[in-house]
Design a binder for this molecule. Structure first.
Ligand SMILES: O=C(O)[C@H](O)[C@@H](O)[C@H](O)[C@H](O)COP(=O)(O)O
Length: 236
C-alpha cells in the first residue's frame, strides 16, 4: 500500500460536551476566516449520532452564516422526513438560531434510484466553490468514514484519489439503506479536515487504521493517506 506521510493532530477532551464547545469554536474561526478572505465558505458535515452536540454548539456561533453553505459528507437514500435522514438531522440540530441563516445543499433528491440521485447531487456539489473550507468526518467501528464502507459496491471508485466523480451511490452490508457519498478527492482536498470520534472503541479502531494496511479494509485510511492537510482528530 502506498503509505503517504500520514499526519494526524490529536485533540483529546474529557467528554463530548467539552469537545463540542472547542470544536464548534475552532470551526467557526475557520469559517469566519474563509468568509473574510473569499466572501463565502463551505462546511461539509457527517451524520450519525456523534455530531449532535457539535451541531447544537455550532448553531450558536456568531459568524456571518449567510455567507456559509452547509452540505453533507454523505446521506442515506431516504426522504428528509425520515428519522434516518442526515439532512433532517442537520436541519434539526445545526441549521437553526445563528446558523439558521446558512444555505444548505443536500445530497438527497426524490429520484427513482440512488444512482440517479447521485448524478443530481454531483451537479450540485460541482456548483460549490472547492476546496471546501471545513469537512467534519465521523468513523464507524468498522473503519468506514463518509459512506466508504468495507465491501461497498462502489468503494474502489469512491476512494480513488483520481476519481472524477464528486458524489457516488454506495450499497454495502453495514450501510443500511443505499447511500450517497462525497468521494475521496472532495474530502482530501479540504482546507481543514476533522475526524470527530468518541469512545475507547473508536480510538482503538483509529489507532489500528494508522498502522499500514489496505485502504479497502479500513477506508478511513484513504483519508489519512491522501489528506492534503493534517487530519485533526477530535476525541473524547
Ligand atoms: O451517515 C452516517 O452514518 C455518517 O456520515 C457516517 O459516516 C458516520 O459518521 C459513522 O457511521 C459514525 O456514526 P456514529 O456517529 O453514529 O457512530
Amino acid at each position: 500500500m502506498n503509505r503517504l506521510a500520514v499526519t494526524v493532530e490529536w485533540h483529546d477532551f474529557a467528554d463530548g460536551a467539552e469537545l463540542a464547545a472547542a470544536l464548534a469554536s475552532q470551526v467557526a474561526v475557520r469559517l469566519g476566516d474563509a468568509v473574510r478572505a473569499g466572501g463565502t465558505a463551505v462546511l461539509a458535515v457527517s451524520g450519525g449520532t456523534t455530531p449532535v452536540k457539535l451541531f447544537e454548539a455550532l448553531s450558536q456561533q456568531d459568524i456571518d452564516w449567510a455567507r456559509v453553505t452547509v452540505t453533507l459528507v454523505d446521506e442515506r437514500f431516504v426522504s428528509p422526513e425520515s428519522g434516518r435522514s442526515n439532512e433532517r438531522l442537520v436541519h434539526e440540530h445545526l441549521l437553526k438560531d445563528n446558523a439558521g441563516k446558512a444555505k444548505f445543499v443536500g445530497l438527497y433528491s426524490p429520484a427513482s434510484t440512488a444512482e440517479a440521485a447521485a448524478i443530481a447531487a454531483n451537479a450540485r456539489i460541482d456548483d460549490l466553490p472547492r476546496p471546501f473550507d471545513v469537512v467534519i468526518l465521523g468513523m464507524g467501528t468498522d473503519g468506514h468514514t463518509a459512506s466508504f464502507f468495507p465491501g461497498g459496491d462502489r468503494l474502489a471508485e469512491a476512494i480513488d484519489p483520481g476519481s472524477k466523480a464528486l458524489v457516488l451511490p454506495m450499497q454495502a452490508e453495514g450501510a443500511g439503506e443505499p447511500r450517497l457519498t462525497l468521494t475521496l478527492p472532495v474530502i482530501a482536498e479540504a482546507r481543514f479536515i476533522v475526524l470527530h470520534i468518541e469512545g475507547a472503541a473508536k480510538r482503538e479502531v483509529l489507532e489500528r487504521a494508522l498502522e499500514p494496511g489496505p485502504e479497502t479494509e479500513m477506508p478511513i485510511r484513504a483519508v489519512l493517506n491522501h489528506a492534503v492537510t493534517p487530519v485533526q482528530v477530535y476525541w473524547a
